[in-house]
Write a protein that binds this ligand. Structure first.
Ligand code: SAH
Ligand code: SF4
Ligand code: F3S
Length: 455
Protein backbone atom coordinates (compact mmCIF):
# COMPACT_ATOMS: atom_id res chain seq x y z
CA UNK A 1 0.00 0.00 0.00
CA UNK A 2 1.64 3.21 -1.10
CA UNK A 3 1.06 6.44 0.83
CA UNK A 4 0.67 9.67 -1.06
CA UNK A 5 3.70 11.85 -0.42
CA UNK A 6 3.05 15.47 -1.29
CA UNK A 7 6.06 17.09 -2.88
CA UNK A 8 7.54 20.24 -1.34
CA UNK A 9 6.04 22.26 -4.13
CA UNK A 10 2.63 20.86 -3.28
CA UNK A 11 2.98 21.77 0.39
CA UNK A 12 2.45 25.44 -0.27
CA UNK A 13 2.50 27.56 2.81
CA UNK A 14 -0.15 30.13 1.93
CA UNK A 15 -3.56 28.98 3.16
CA UNK A 16 -6.41 28.78 0.72
CA UNK A 17 -10.01 27.85 1.34
CA UNK A 18 -12.11 25.10 -0.18
CA UNK A 19 -15.86 24.66 -0.17
CA UNK A 20 -17.15 21.13 -0.83
CA UNK A 21 -20.74 20.24 -1.60
CA UNK A 22 -21.67 16.58 -1.71
CA UNK A 23 -24.58 14.85 -3.42
CA UNK A 24 -25.39 11.15 -3.28
CA UNK A 25 -24.66 8.28 -0.97
CA UNK A 26 -22.50 7.88 2.14
CA UNK A 27 -19.63 6.72 -0.03
CA UNK A 28 -19.59 10.08 -1.72
CA UNK A 29 -19.66 11.75 1.70
CA UNK A 30 -16.71 9.62 2.77
CA UNK A 31 -14.90 10.57 -0.45
CA UNK A 32 -15.47 14.26 0.28
CA UNK A 33 -13.78 13.79 3.66
CA UNK A 34 -10.79 12.34 1.81
CA UNK A 35 -10.80 15.29 -0.60
CA UNK A 36 -10.57 17.66 2.36
CA UNK A 37 -7.73 15.59 3.82
CA UNK A 38 -5.84 15.55 0.53
CA UNK A 39 -6.26 19.26 -0.08
CA UNK A 40 -5.21 20.09 3.45
CA UNK A 41 -1.79 18.71 2.52
CA UNK A 42 -1.42 21.48 -0.05
CA UNK A 43 -2.62 24.21 2.25
CA UNK A 44 -6.40 24.25 1.77
CA UNK A 45 -8.73 24.55 4.75
CA UNK A 46 -12.48 24.06 4.59
CA UNK A 47 -14.83 27.02 4.43
CA UNK A 48 -18.58 26.76 4.87
CA UNK A 49 -19.21 29.96 2.92
CA UNK A 50 -18.99 29.31 -0.80
CA UNK A 51 -18.55 33.00 -1.58
CA UNK A 52 -15.20 32.96 0.26
CA UNK A 53 -13.81 29.91 -1.42
CA UNK A 54 -10.68 29.83 -3.56
CA UNK A 55 -11.73 26.37 -4.70
CA UNK A 56 -15.26 24.99 -4.94
CA UNK A 57 -15.77 21.25 -5.36
CA UNK A 58 -19.00 19.56 -6.34
CA UNK A 59 -18.95 15.85 -5.50
CA UNK A 60 -21.68 14.52 -7.75
CA UNK A 61 -24.17 11.65 -7.93
CA UNK A 62 -25.51 10.10 -11.14
CA UNK A 63 -28.01 7.64 -9.69
CA UNK A 64 -31.04 9.39 -11.18
CA UNK A 65 -31.53 12.06 -13.79
CA UNK A 66 -32.74 14.50 -11.13
CA UNK A 67 -29.45 14.14 -9.25
CA UNK A 68 -27.55 14.95 -12.43
CA UNK A 69 -29.74 17.96 -13.22
CA UNK A 70 -28.95 19.37 -9.77
CA UNK A 71 -25.26 19.30 -10.66
CA UNK A 72 -25.76 21.67 -13.56
CA UNK A 73 -27.99 24.02 -11.62
CA UNK A 74 -25.39 24.23 -8.82
CA UNK A 75 -22.65 24.79 -11.36
CA UNK A 76 -24.66 27.60 -12.96
CA UNK A 77 -24.89 29.33 -9.58
CA UNK A 78 -21.16 28.80 -8.97
CA UNK A 79 -20.38 30.37 -12.34
CA UNK A 80 -22.05 33.56 -11.09
CA UNK A 81 -19.87 33.52 -7.96
CA UNK A 82 -16.80 32.91 -10.09
CA UNK A 83 -17.60 35.92 -12.26
CA UNK A 84 -17.48 38.11 -9.14
CA UNK A 85 -14.31 36.36 -7.90
CA UNK A 86 -12.39 35.50 -11.07
CA UNK A 87 -9.55 33.61 -9.34
CA UNK A 88 -11.92 30.96 -7.96
CA UNK A 89 -11.45 27.41 -9.23
CA UNK A 90 -14.40 25.10 -9.79
CA UNK A 91 -13.83 21.34 -9.61
CA UNK A 92 -16.29 18.54 -10.25
CA UNK A 93 -15.70 15.03 -8.92
CA UNK A 94 -17.81 11.97 -8.17
CA UNK A 95 -20.06 9.84 -10.32
CA UNK A 96 -21.26 12.41 -12.90
CA UNK A 97 -17.66 13.51 -13.45
CA UNK A 98 -16.59 9.88 -13.83
CA UNK A 99 -19.28 9.37 -16.46
CA UNK A 100 -19.00 12.64 -18.37
CA UNK A 101 -15.32 13.57 -18.15
CA UNK A 102 -14.49 15.97 -20.98
CA UNK A 103 -18.18 16.42 -21.86
CA UNK A 104 -18.65 18.21 -18.57
CA UNK A 105 -16.27 21.05 -19.47
CA UNK A 106 -17.83 21.27 -22.89
CA UNK A 107 -21.23 21.81 -21.32
CA UNK A 108 -19.94 24.00 -18.46
CA UNK A 109 -16.71 25.62 -19.74
CA UNK A 110 -16.23 27.60 -16.52
CA UNK A 111 -15.44 24.32 -14.72
CA UNK A 112 -11.65 24.13 -14.21
CA UNK A 113 -11.10 20.60 -12.97
CA UNK A 114 -12.89 17.32 -13.62
CA UNK A 115 -11.78 14.21 -11.73
CA UNK A 116 -13.42 10.83 -11.35
CA UNK A 117 -14.10 8.31 -8.63
CA UNK A 118 -10.92 6.28 -9.24
CA UNK A 119 -8.35 9.08 -9.07
CA UNK A 120 -9.30 10.95 -5.90
CA UNK A 121 -5.72 10.63 -4.70
CA UNK A 122 -4.60 12.75 -7.66
CA UNK A 123 -6.67 15.76 -6.55
CA UNK A 124 -3.77 17.80 -5.11
CA UNK A 125 -1.78 17.48 -8.35
CA UNK A 126 -4.80 18.37 -10.47
CA UNK A 127 -5.55 21.44 -8.37
CA UNK A 128 -1.91 22.56 -8.55
CA UNK A 129 -1.96 22.08 -12.28
CA UNK A 130 -5.12 24.16 -12.68
CA UNK A 131 -3.73 26.88 -10.40
CA UNK A 132 -0.63 27.15 -12.53
CA UNK A 133 -1.92 26.69 -16.05
CA UNK A 134 -5.42 28.20 -15.65
CA UNK A 135 -6.47 25.67 -18.26
CA UNK A 136 -9.03 22.88 -18.02
CA UNK A 137 -7.68 19.86 -16.21
CA UNK A 138 -9.71 16.74 -16.95
CA UNK A 139 -8.55 13.39 -15.60
CA UNK A 140 -10.71 10.31 -15.26
CA UNK A 141 -9.29 6.80 -14.73
CA UNK A 142 -11.14 3.76 -16.04
CA UNK A 143 -10.37 1.79 -12.88
CA UNK A 144 -8.83 2.05 -9.43
CA UNK A 145 -5.03 1.83 -9.36
CA UNK A 146 -3.56 -1.60 -8.58
CA UNK A 147 -2.18 -0.35 -5.26
CA UNK A 148 -4.88 1.58 -3.43
CA UNK A 149 -3.21 4.68 -1.97
CA UNK A 150 -3.89 5.43 1.69
CA UNK A 151 -5.84 8.68 1.75
CA UNK A 152 -5.66 11.39 4.40
CA UNK A 153 -9.01 12.40 5.81
CA UNK A 154 -10.69 15.32 7.55
CA UNK A 155 -13.95 14.12 9.05
CA UNK A 156 -17.18 16.02 9.52
CA UNK A 157 -17.46 15.13 13.20
CA UNK A 158 -15.35 13.64 15.95
CA UNK A 159 -17.57 10.83 17.19
CA UNK A 160 -18.97 8.93 14.18
CA UNK A 161 -16.91 7.93 11.15
CA UNK A 162 -17.61 6.45 7.73
CA UNK A 163 -15.10 3.89 6.59
CA UNK A 164 -15.09 2.59 3.03
CA UNK A 165 -14.41 -1.13 3.22
CA UNK A 166 -15.25 -2.23 -0.31
CA UNK A 167 -15.30 -0.12 -3.45
CA UNK A 168 -17.39 -0.77 -6.57
CA UNK A 169 -20.10 -3.27 -7.41
CA UNK A 170 -19.96 -6.54 -9.38
CA UNK A 171 -23.70 -6.78 -9.96
CA UNK A 172 -25.28 -5.48 -13.10
CA UNK A 173 -28.79 -4.50 -12.13
CA UNK A 174 -30.35 -3.41 -15.39
CA UNK A 175 -31.33 0.05 -14.10
CA UNK A 176 -28.18 1.03 -12.25
CA UNK A 177 -25.26 3.24 -13.28
CA UNK A 178 -23.15 2.46 -10.18
CA UNK A 179 -21.07 -0.40 -11.68
CA UNK A 180 -20.17 1.91 -14.59
CA UNK A 181 -19.08 4.83 -12.42
CA UNK A 182 -17.62 2.91 -9.48
CA UNK A 183 -16.08 -0.11 -11.22
CA UNK A 184 -15.48 -3.65 -9.97
CA UNK A 185 -15.52 -4.68 -6.32
CA UNK A 186 -12.28 -4.15 -4.42
CA UNK A 187 -12.09 -4.85 -0.71
CA UNK A 188 -9.62 -3.12 1.57
CA UNK A 189 -7.63 -5.49 3.75
CA UNK A 190 -8.76 -6.10 7.33
CA UNK A 191 -5.27 -5.16 8.57
CA UNK A 192 -5.47 -1.72 7.02
CA UNK A 193 -9.08 -1.22 8.13
CA UNK A 194 -8.34 -2.24 11.69
CA UNK A 195 -5.39 0.11 11.83
CA UNK A 196 -7.66 2.97 10.73
CA UNK A 197 -10.46 1.97 13.09
CA UNK A 198 -8.11 1.61 16.09
CA UNK A 199 -6.83 5.10 15.33
CA UNK A 200 -10.42 6.32 15.25
CA UNK A 201 -11.03 4.72 18.64
CA UNK A 202 -7.90 6.36 20.04
CA UNK A 203 -9.08 9.71 18.67
CA UNK A 204 -12.36 9.41 20.59
CA UNK A 205 -14.68 8.09 17.86
CA UNK A 206 -17.54 5.98 19.18
CA UNK A 207 -19.27 4.79 16.04
CA UNK A 208 -18.08 3.50 12.67
CA UNK A 209 -20.16 2.74 9.61
CA UNK A 210 -18.55 0.21 7.29
CA UNK A 211 -19.41 1.33 3.77
CA UNK A 212 -19.75 -0.31 0.39
CA UNK A 213 -22.23 -0.22 -2.49
CA UNK A 214 -22.41 -3.90 -1.76
CA UNK A 215 -20.93 -4.17 1.71
CA UNK A 216 -22.23 -7.70 2.24
CA UNK A 217 -19.81 -8.86 -0.48
CA UNK A 218 -16.85 -7.61 1.58
CA UNK A 219 -13.79 -9.83 1.55
CA UNK A 220 -14.68 -12.31 -1.22
CA UNK A 221 -11.83 -10.91 -3.34
CA UNK A 222 -9.21 -11.05 -0.57
CA UNK A 223 -6.65 -13.77 -0.06
CA UNK A 224 -7.42 -15.38 2.33
CA UNK A 225 -11.08 -14.83 1.67
CA UNK A 226 -13.09 -13.44 4.59
CA UNK A 227 -16.64 -12.19 5.00
CA UNK A 228 -18.26 -9.08 6.42
CA UNK A 229 -19.11 -10.93 9.64
CA UNK A 230 -15.41 -11.65 10.24
CA UNK A 231 -14.63 -7.96 9.81
CA UNK A 232 -17.48 -6.92 12.11
CA UNK A 233 -16.18 -9.27 14.81
CA UNK A 234 -12.66 -7.87 14.43
CA UNK A 235 -13.95 -4.30 14.71
CA UNK A 236 -15.96 -5.48 17.73
CA UNK A 237 -12.61 -6.00 19.49
CA UNK A 238 -11.79 -2.29 19.25
CA UNK A 239 -12.78 -1.30 22.73
CA UNK A 240 -13.55 2.39 22.24
CA UNK A 241 -15.89 1.79 19.28
CA UNK A 242 -19.32 1.29 20.83
CA UNK A 243 -21.39 1.03 17.67
CA UNK A 244 -20.68 -0.68 14.37
CA UNK A 245 -22.97 -0.18 11.39
CA UNK A 246 -22.72 -1.38 7.80
CA UNK A 247 -24.31 -0.13 4.57
CA UNK A 248 -25.57 -1.13 1.94
CA UNK A 249 -26.28 -4.84 1.88
CA UNK A 250 -27.39 -6.93 -1.08
CA UNK A 251 -29.95 -9.61 -0.18
CA UNK A 252 -28.03 -12.29 -2.11
CA UNK A 253 -24.82 -11.82 -0.17
CA UNK A 254 -26.33 -11.61 3.29
CA UNK A 255 -25.43 -14.96 4.81
CA UNK A 256 -26.44 -16.58 8.09
CA UNK A 257 -22.76 -16.23 9.10
CA UNK A 258 -22.92 -12.44 8.72
CA UNK A 259 -26.16 -12.27 10.71
CA UNK A 260 -24.64 -14.49 13.43
CA UNK A 261 -21.59 -12.23 13.64
CA UNK A 262 -23.83 -9.21 14.12
CA UNK A 263 -25.65 -11.12 16.86
CA UNK A 264 -22.41 -12.24 18.53
CA UNK A 265 -20.79 -8.80 18.47
CA UNK A 266 -22.28 -6.67 21.24
CA UNK A 267 -21.27 -3.42 19.53
CA UNK A 268 -22.71 -4.37 16.11
CA UNK A 269 -26.00 -2.54 15.69
CA UNK A 270 -29.07 -4.68 15.02
CA UNK A 271 -29.91 -2.71 11.91
CA UNK A 272 -30.05 -4.11 8.37
CA UNK A 273 -30.46 -1.98 5.26
CA UNK A 274 -31.08 -4.65 2.64
CA UNK A 275 -32.76 -3.12 -0.43
CA UNK A 276 -35.32 -5.37 -2.11
CA UNK A 277 -36.12 -2.87 -4.95
CA UNK A 278 -39.38 -4.57 -5.97
CA UNK A 279 -41.94 -6.93 -4.47
CA UNK A 280 -42.65 -8.58 -7.80
CA UNK A 281 -40.78 -11.62 -9.13
CA UNK A 282 -41.03 -10.80 -12.82
CA UNK A 283 -39.76 -7.27 -12.16
CA UNK A 284 -36.92 -8.56 -9.96
CA UNK A 285 -35.89 -10.90 -12.77
CA UNK A 286 -35.94 -8.10 -15.32
CA UNK A 287 -33.97 -5.92 -12.92
CA UNK A 288 -31.42 -8.80 -12.77
CA UNK A 289 -31.41 -8.71 -8.99
CA UNK A 290 -30.65 -12.41 -8.74
CA UNK A 291 -33.32 -13.36 -6.17
CA UNK A 292 -37.04 -13.86 -5.83
CA UNK A 293 -39.39 -12.35 -3.29
CA UNK A 294 -39.47 -15.72 -1.50
CA UNK A 295 -35.69 -15.71 -1.21
CA UNK A 296 -35.90 -12.21 0.24
CA UNK A 297 -38.62 -13.30 2.68
CA UNK A 298 -36.35 -16.10 3.88
CA UNK A 299 -33.53 -13.61 4.41
CA UNK A 300 -35.82 -11.42 6.51
CA UNK A 301 -36.82 -14.52 8.51
CA UNK A 302 -33.15 -15.34 9.09
CA UNK A 303 -32.56 -11.83 10.45
CA UNK A 304 -35.67 -11.67 12.57
CA UNK A 305 -35.46 -15.18 13.98
CA UNK A 306 -31.82 -14.71 14.99
CA UNK A 307 -32.13 -11.08 16.12
CA UNK A 308 -35.77 -10.32 16.99
CA UNK A 309 -35.04 -6.69 17.90
CA UNK A 310 -33.45 -5.95 14.50
CA UNK A 311 -34.75 -3.11 12.38
CA UNK A 312 -34.95 -3.56 8.66
CA UNK A 313 -34.99 -0.92 5.94
CA UNK A 314 -35.07 -1.09 2.17
CA UNK A 315 -34.87 0.78 -1.12
CA UNK A 316 -37.74 0.49 -3.59
CA UNK A 317 -38.11 1.53 -7.22
CA UNK A 318 -41.50 2.11 -8.86
CA UNK A 319 -42.24 2.40 -12.56
CA UNK A 320 -39.46 0.12 -13.80
CA UNK A 321 -39.98 -0.31 -17.59
CA UNK A 322 -42.84 -2.71 -18.22
CA UNK A 323 -44.02 -2.72 -14.59
CA UNK A 324 -47.78 -3.32 -14.62
CA UNK A 325 -50.18 -1.93 -12.03
CA UNK A 326 -50.48 -5.38 -10.50
CA UNK A 327 -46.70 -5.78 -10.32
CA UNK A 328 -46.41 -2.41 -8.65
CA UNK A 329 -49.08 -3.46 -6.14
CA UNK A 330 -46.94 -6.49 -5.28
CA UNK A 331 -44.32 -4.03 -4.02
CA UNK A 332 -46.91 -2.25 -1.89
CA UNK A 333 -48.04 -5.61 -0.50
CA UNK A 334 -44.50 -6.66 0.35
CA UNK A 335 -43.99 -3.46 2.32
CA UNK A 336 -47.11 -4.26 4.35
CA UNK A 337 -46.20 -7.90 4.75
CA UNK A 338 -42.58 -7.47 5.81
CA UNK A 339 -43.21 -4.26 7.77
CA UNK A 340 -40.03 -2.39 6.92
CA UNK A 341 -39.00 0.15 9.53
CA UNK A 342 -38.55 2.61 6.67
CA UNK A 343 -37.82 2.66 2.95
CA UNK A 344 -36.13 4.95 0.46
CA UNK A 345 -38.41 5.08 -2.52
CA UNK A 346 -37.75 6.36 -6.03
CA UNK A 347 -39.39 6.58 -9.42
CA UNK A 348 -37.37 4.70 -12.01
CA UNK A 349 -35.04 7.01 -13.91
CA UNK A 350 -33.44 5.87 -17.19
CA UNK A 351 -29.66 6.09 -16.84
CA UNK A 352 -26.89 6.05 -19.44
CA UNK A 353 -24.89 2.79 -19.74
CA UNK A 354 -27.80 0.71 -18.44
CA UNK A 355 -29.80 -1.76 -20.54
CA UNK A 356 -33.26 -0.82 -19.25
CA UNK A 357 -32.82 2.75 -20.48
CA UNK A 358 -33.53 1.73 -24.06
CA UNK A 359 -36.25 -0.80 -23.38
CA UNK A 360 -39.68 -0.08 -24.82
CA UNK A 361 -42.59 0.01 -22.39
CA UNK A 362 -41.20 2.93 -20.37
CA UNK A 363 -43.83 3.81 -17.78
CA UNK A 364 -45.22 7.33 -18.32
CA UNK A 365 -44.02 9.93 -15.80
CA UNK A 366 -47.49 10.66 -14.39
CA UNK A 367 -48.08 6.97 -13.64
CA UNK A 368 -44.64 6.62 -12.03
CA UNK A 369 -45.34 9.54 -9.75
CA UNK A 370 -48.83 8.34 -8.91
CA UNK A 371 -47.31 4.96 -7.90
CA UNK A 372 -44.61 6.69 -5.91
CA UNK A 373 -47.19 8.74 -4.05
CA UNK A 374 -49.23 5.65 -3.14
CA UNK A 375 -46.16 3.68 -2.11
CA UNK A 376 -44.91 6.53 0.06
CA UNK A 377 -48.24 6.66 1.84
CA UNK A 378 -48.08 2.96 2.66
CA UNK A 379 -44.39 3.10 3.63
CA UNK A 380 -45.06 5.91 6.07
CA UNK A 381 -48.17 4.23 7.53
CA UNK A 382 -46.13 1.11 8.20
CA UNK A 383 -43.25 3.12 9.70
CA UNK A 384 -45.68 5.04 11.87
CA UNK A 385 -47.23 1.83 13.17
CA UNK A 386 -43.79 0.42 14.03
CA UNK A 387 -42.57 3.64 15.62
CA UNK A 388 -45.66 3.91 17.80
CA UNK A 389 -44.69 0.59 19.42
CA UNK A 390 -41.70 2.40 20.91
CA UNK A 391 -43.84 4.86 22.88
CA UNK A 392 -42.97 4.75 26.57
CA UNK A 393 -39.68 2.91 26.01
CA UNK A 394 -36.34 4.32 27.13
CA UNK A 395 -33.75 4.09 24.36
CA UNK A 396 -30.06 4.77 24.17
CA UNK A 397 -29.06 7.39 21.62
CA UNK A 398 -25.81 8.62 20.22
CA UNK A 399 -26.45 12.36 19.98
CA UNK A 400 -25.65 13.61 16.48
CA UNK A 401 -26.40 17.31 16.55
CA UNK A 402 -28.99 20.03 16.73
CA UNK A 403 -32.37 19.27 15.16
CA UNK A 404 -32.83 20.99 11.81
CA UNK A 405 -36.29 22.22 12.73
CA UNK A 406 -35.97 23.50 16.30
CA UNK A 407 -32.75 25.15 17.55
CA UNK A 408 -33.06 23.98 21.16
CA UNK A 409 -33.72 20.40 20.18
CA UNK A 410 -31.06 17.76 19.76
CA UNK A 411 -31.23 14.77 17.52
CA UNK A 412 -29.76 11.33 18.01
CA UNK A 413 -30.03 7.79 16.75
CA UNK A 414 -30.88 4.50 18.40
CA UNK A 415 -28.87 1.36 17.65
CA UNK A 416 -31.71 0.43 15.29
CA UNK A 417 -31.14 3.71 13.41
CA UNK A 418 -34.30 5.49 14.57
CA UNK A 419 -34.02 9.24 14.69
CA UNK A 420 -35.08 10.71 18.06
CA UNK A 421 -35.44 14.40 18.89
CA UNK A 422 -35.30 15.72 22.45
CA UNK A 423 -34.54 18.91 24.39
CA UNK A 424 -30.99 19.06 25.66
CA UNK A 425 -27.84 21.10 25.76
CA UNK A 426 -25.33 21.08 22.95
CA UNK A 427 -22.56 19.63 25.08
CA UNK A 428 -24.33 16.27 24.74
CA UNK A 429 -23.46 16.11 21.03
CA UNK A 430 -21.27 13.08 20.44
CA UNK A 431 -22.34 11.46 23.73
CA UNK A 432 -24.61 8.55 24.58
CA UNK A 433 -27.81 9.46 26.43
CA UNK A 434 -31.06 7.73 27.39
CA UNK A 435 -34.32 9.18 26.19
CA UNK A 436 -37.89 8.14 26.99
CA UNK A 437 -40.04 8.13 23.84
CA UNK A 438 -43.16 10.28 24.11
CA UNK A 439 -44.29 10.83 20.55
CA UNK A 440 -43.84 9.05 17.26
CA UNK A 441 -44.31 10.05 13.68
CA UNK A 442 -43.37 8.00 10.60
CA UNK A 443 -39.88 9.50 10.28
CA UNK A 444 -38.80 10.25 13.81
CA UNK A 445 -39.55 9.94 17.50
CA UNK A 446 -39.65 12.60 20.19
CA UNK A 447 -38.66 12.02 23.76
CA UNK A 448 -37.38 13.33 27.08
CA UNK A 449 -33.87 12.96 28.35
CA UNK A 450 -33.69 10.55 31.26
CA UNK A 451 -29.91 10.11 31.56
CA UNK A 452 -27.43 12.53 30.04
CA UNK A 453 -24.04 11.16 28.97
CA UNK A 454 -24.29 7.48 29.88
CA UNK A 455 -20.52 6.95 29.83
N1 SAH B 1 -26.14 -1.30 -3.89
C1 SAH B 1 -27.43 -1.02 -3.40
C2 SAH B 1 -28.03 0.27 -3.91
C3 SAH B 1 -27.20 1.34 -4.45
S1 SAH B 1 -27.92 2.64 -5.34
C4 SAH B 1 -28.35 -2.17 -3.77
O1 SAH B 1 -28.03 -2.97 -4.58
O2 SAH B 1 -29.42 -2.26 -3.24
C5 SAH B 1 -29.08 3.31 -4.20
C6 SAH B 1 -30.50 3.16 -4.62
O3 SAH B 1 -30.79 3.98 -5.73
C7 SAH B 1 -30.89 1.78 -5.09
O4 SAH B 1 -31.14 0.92 -4.03
C8 SAH B 1 -32.10 2.03 -5.94
O5 SAH B 1 -33.27 1.91 -5.20
C9 SAH B 1 -31.91 3.46 -6.42
N2 SAH B 1 -31.65 3.50 -7.86
C10 SAH B 1 -30.57 3.03 -8.50
N3 SAH B 1 -30.70 3.24 -9.84
C11 SAH B 1 -31.89 3.84 -10.03
C12 SAH B 1 -32.61 4.29 -11.18
N4 SAH B 1 -32.12 4.15 -12.39
N5 SAH B 1 -33.81 4.87 -10.99
C13 SAH B 1 -34.33 4.99 -9.74
N6 SAH B 1 -33.71 4.59 -8.63
C14 SAH B 1 -32.51 4.01 -8.76
FE1 SF4 C 1 -26.54 -0.85 -8.44
FE2 SF4 C 1 -27.38 -3.33 -8.29
FE3 SF4 C 1 -24.84 -2.75 -7.74
FE4 SF4 C 1 -26.74 -2.01 -6.07
S1 SF4 C 1 -26.19 -4.12 -6.58
S2 SF4 C 1 -25.06 -0.74 -6.79
S3 SF4 C 1 -28.41 -1.50 -7.43
S4 SF4 C 1 -25.84 -2.58 -9.72
FE1 F3S D 1 -24.76 8.34 -6.44
FE2 F3S D 1 -22.39 7.49 -7.08
FE3 F3S D 1 -23.34 6.98 -4.68
S1 F3S D 1 -24.14 7.48 -8.40
S2 F3S D 1 -25.55 6.87 -5.05
S3 F3S D 1 -22.88 8.97 -5.49
S4 F3S D 1 -22.01 5.67 -5.89
Amino acid sequence: MQTLQPTDEMKKTDTKSVFVHTFGCQMNKADSENMLGLLNEIGYTETFDQKDADLMILNTCAIREGAEDKVYSWLGAWNKIKKKRPGTLIAVGGCVAQDEGQKLVERAPYVDIVFGTHNLFRLPELVMQAQETRKHVVEVFTELPEDLPELPVIRQNDFSAWVNVIYGCDYNCTYCIVPYVRGRERSRTPAELLKDIRELGDAGYKEVTLLGQNVTAYGHDLDPKIHLGNLIEMVGEVEQIKRIRFLTGHPRDLTADIIESVKRTPTACEYFHIPVQSGDDRTLRRMARGYTTDFYRRQVDEIRSRIPSASLTSDLIVGFPGETEEEFLNTVRLVEELAFDSCNTAAYSPRPHTPSKSWGEQVPEDIKFERLRLLNTVVSEVSHRINKRLLGQTLELLVEGVSQRVETRLTGRTRTNKLVNFEGSKDLIGKFVNVKVEAANPWALRGTLTTGDTN
